[in-house]
Design a protein around this ligand. Structure first.
Ligand code: NAD
Length: 351
């Protein structure tokens, strides 16, 4: 029998957002046993969790959410009380070149995980199943307006279609079987430990190496950006205070065109590396647009702010500077995660 008050299974805890959630939960709640359940795909890396790996209330379990036997094993080994589900294939470009992995991990994996929860939890009301999702399920906005929790789903990429599908299954399991769920849909995250295929770390890495800074299309696509630790704090809040069956949007009210964002990053890098002003921006190169590229995303997070009292802790300017400094000083981590498979992917994508 567990000596802990709760045993929380966090899936995808070796990835970018999941690792921040794991670290916060392990440190903030010593009375909880945090189990990090992750398949360790190219995007999962245990180096990211070094700071907490020897904590008494932390355990890593290597498992695939698509494997019923892996899930059964973890549930039989630990008395799991709740699930925070982040494991997914997460990169839009990869979903365009290979959609099936996204169907398997994001849709089949989520349903598989909920089935095992149902089999193991006799009173579904006493357990929380919290599904982490994206604002991309809502599609693309025009110049005006914000995504609200009630905005109809309109996914455009295989990635967002797979996340939309898993959101629907989670809601269906709530209505059909009474699973005690929460869903949150968040905008683009940035910060430390993000895999360098994503826009901000990719640009920092290429800037430092003197490579091109590839920008899709005209660079005028707009994204709302949120500091990953603010997302992790929102997840903590929703896990503890969110209501059964509810959806919460999470975002920074912080819209940037891709080109302005990259120019801002280039300016910070010039300063940090003591390059003459404007040097790094010369590396910018416009490339063929991503297929089906959504034009604008923006989130209305007022429900989360009003009902649960959440708000972002730092400005985007501060967050970007912190992020550049983190990548400049953590080259060992970057080199470790981009070796191997990533090189082949990068060559195919950008050359
Ligand atoms: P990530 O790609 O960095 O990490 C995903 C993790 O899931 C990796 O550790 C990987 O090994 C693991 N994983 C993948 N498939 C698995 C499987 N079948 N079984 C077990 N583990 C598996 O992703 P991220 O950016 O940290 O995103 C985490 C979650 O948040 C995802 O569900 C994503 O859709 C959602 N989300 C991400 C963003 C963002 O900006 N990155 C924004 C909103 C929502």
């Amino acid at each position: 029998k567990e000596k802990f008050k709760k045993v929380v299974l966090i899936t995808g805890g070796a990835g970018f957002i999941g690792s921040h959630v794991v670290k916060i939960m392990v440190r903030r709640y010593p009375e909880y046993h945090i189990i990090n359940y992750d398949k360790l795909t190219y995007a999962g890396n245990l180096e990211t969790l070094k700071e907490i790996e020897s904590e008494e209330n932390y355990t890593f379990f290597k498992g695939d959410i698509c494997s019923e036997s892996d899930l059964k094993e973890v549930f039989s080994k630990y008395d799991i009380s709740d699930v925070i589900h982040l494991a997914a294939e997460s990169h839009v470009d990869r979903s365009i070149s290979g959609p099936m992995e996204f169907v398997l991990s994001n849709v089949v994996g989520t349903v598989n995980l909920m089935n095992v929860c149902r089999e193991n939890w006799s009173d579904l009301n006493n357990h929380v199943f919290y599904h982490i999702s994206t604002d991309e399920v809502y599609g693309s906005l025009g110049e005006e307006g914000l995504f609200e929790e009630t905005t109809p789903y309109d996914p455009r990429s295989p990635y967002s279609a797979s996340k939309a599908s898993s959101d629907h299954f989670v809601r269906a399991y709530h209505h059909t079987y009474g699973l005690n769920i929460r869903i949150s849909n968040c905008s683009n995250n940035y910060g430390s430990f993000q895999f360098p295929e994503k826009l901000i770390p990719l640009m920092i890495h290429n800037a430092v190496e003197g490579k091109d800074l590839p920008i899709y299309g005209d660079g005028l696509n707009i994204r709302d950006w949120l500091w990953v630790e603010d997302h992790a704090n929102a997840i903590d809040l929703i896990f503890h205070k969110g209501k059964n069956g509810e959806t919460y949007n999470i975002g920074g009210l912080n819209e940037w065109t891709n080109i302005d964002l990259v120019k801002r990053l280039a300016a910070i890098i010039d300063q940090r590396l003591e390059r003459p002003e404007g040097t790094t921006a010369k590396q910018i190169k416009f490339i063929k647009d991503r297929a089906g590229h959504d034009r604008r995303y923006a989130i209305d997070a007022s429900k989360l702010e009003k009902e649960l009292g959440w708000k972002p802790s730092i400005t985007f300017e501060e967050g970007l500077e912190n992020t550049v400094d983190w990548y400049l000083t953590q080259q060992k981590w970057v080199q470790g995660v981009i070796s191997g498979e990533y090189q082949t992917y990068y060559e195919k994508q950008y050359n």
